[in-house]
Design a protein around this ligand. Structure first.
Ligand code: AMP
Length: 374
């Protein structure tokens, strides 16, 4: 008997960092070939995908992506020129509409509120005149965030007086910003939702996140939240997916208020650092979920089967402060993920997942793991 030749689906990715690397690693077993367009010659994804080392707007590079079955992305700030060049030639998922909202904090918040989703109180600052009375309107203390290009706490300043607000606005170069009121959250959680082009919707787990210096330090599943919180987060995620016409995957970051209410902090149009623990929780990973959603493959919820957690490996100020890899490898339930990136202060260079049969054992293992990662 002779079989028919099977053709491998092809996926293009704008960006070649660690998220693209892990998307490619998840795509390969599905029989999917991946091409990444990424100017950095040393980008992590080059090791497991066809790497086009060219700017995101390079015509030949975009032609190669346009020849794929679908294109996705690993960062929100994709140049509009790249999206324009691909329009009508290949589906880009999530598409330009989702990206335009998620990469711009003010637009994001306005469209979230229009979808019935609560956000932090905020004031849009576009000119110096907008500063007057702004702090009082968000409750007297707030966070100034640049409208675009901010992540991991970059482009942010905490302000508690009008003078400090003026200084912070001067400090970011008087670019458009939002001033957010400080949300008195009890904890932070996140949840991803994916939708295939034919409308199948599936959800990732509700994950609890702890930040250090504005950068994610740990994520834990299951989140320690009251019953009903996950269902509520799913409802909100579905409302955003519907309102934004999602094809592909987005991740919502939430603040949980003392009464259990959920406030959306921001939306990433892609897999998210807080979902990395799904790689080792025994179910489908967030990376496989994004590949499936983007290519229109069958998709179900990708909740882990076991309690699991993640600790980020972020470069410390002291270059000699590195994780104790030998001891980490010896801990039960750990899986190491390294991105093949040079270690620099504040730069994410890897993460370690840990799984356990029950939440109490997970807590013990996580504490032991954290002690080995500076
Ligand atoms: P972001 O870059 O907006 O995700 O912010 C990074 C972290 O700063 C968040 O995960 C929170 O821990 C904290 N943060 C951001 N915005 C607020 C806010 N409006 N109120 C309180 N904390 C915040």
């Amino acid at each position: 008997m002779t079989g028919r030749a099977e053709t491998a689906p092809t996926l293009g990715i704008l960006g070649g960092g660690q998220l693209a690397q892990m998307l490619a690693l998840a795509a390969l077993p599905l029989g999917v070939r991946v091409t990444v367009l990424e100017p950095d010659a040393q980008a992590p994804a080059r090791l497991c995908a066809t790497h086009l080392p060219a700017p995101y707007t390079d015509p030949a590079g975009l032609d190669a992506l346009a020849a794929c079955d679908a294109v996705t992305l690993e960062f929100e700030n994709v140049p509009v020129e790249a999206l324009d060049a691909l329009r009508g030639r290949v589906p880009v998922r999530p598409g330009a509409g989702v990206l335009a909202r998620s990469k711009h904090r003010a637009r994001e918040k306005e469209t979230l509120r229009a979808a019935g989703v609560q956000t932090a109180p905020f004031v849009v600052l576009e000119s110096g005149a907008d500063l007057s009375g702004a702090l009082a309107r968000v409750g007297g203390q707030g966070l100034l965030k640049t409208s675009e290009l901010g992540y991991d706490g970059k482009g942010q300043a905490r302000v508690t007086s009008n003078d400090a607000l003026q200084a912070a606005w001067d400090g970011v170069g008087r670019v458009p910003c939002v001033l957010e009121g400080l949300v008195p959250f009890e904890r932070e959680v996140s949840l991803a939702v994916a939708r295939t082009p034919d409308g199948q919707v599936a959800f990732g787990p509700l994950v609890e996140n702890v930040h250090r210096n504005g950068i994610l330090r740990t994520s834990v599943f299951p989140a320690n939240v009251p019953d009903g919180t996950e269902a509520r987060a799913r409802d909100l995620a579905r409302a955003v997916a519907d309102a934004w016409g999602l094809e592909g995957l987005i991740t919502l970051e939430f603040f949980v208020l003392p009464g259990g209410e959920l406030v959306v902090n921001e939306v990433a149009p892609r897999v998210h650092n807080s979902g990395h623990l799904t790689q080792d929780g025994g179910g489908v990973s967030q990376f496989e979920a994004q590949v499936r959603a983007v290519l229109g493959l069958p998709l179900a919820d990708w909740r882990p089967l076991h309690p699991c957690a993640m600790v980020n490996d972020v470069g410390a100020a002291d270059p000699d402060a590195t994780p104790d890899w030998a001891s980490i490898d010896a801990l039960p339930g750990t899986r190491v993920h390294r991105y093949h990136k040079a270690r620099r202060p504040g730069r994410k260079v890897g993460h370690v997942n840990v799984v356990a049969p029950d939440p109490a054992t997970l807590r013990e293992r996580l504490a032991a793991l954290e002690a080995l990662i500076p």
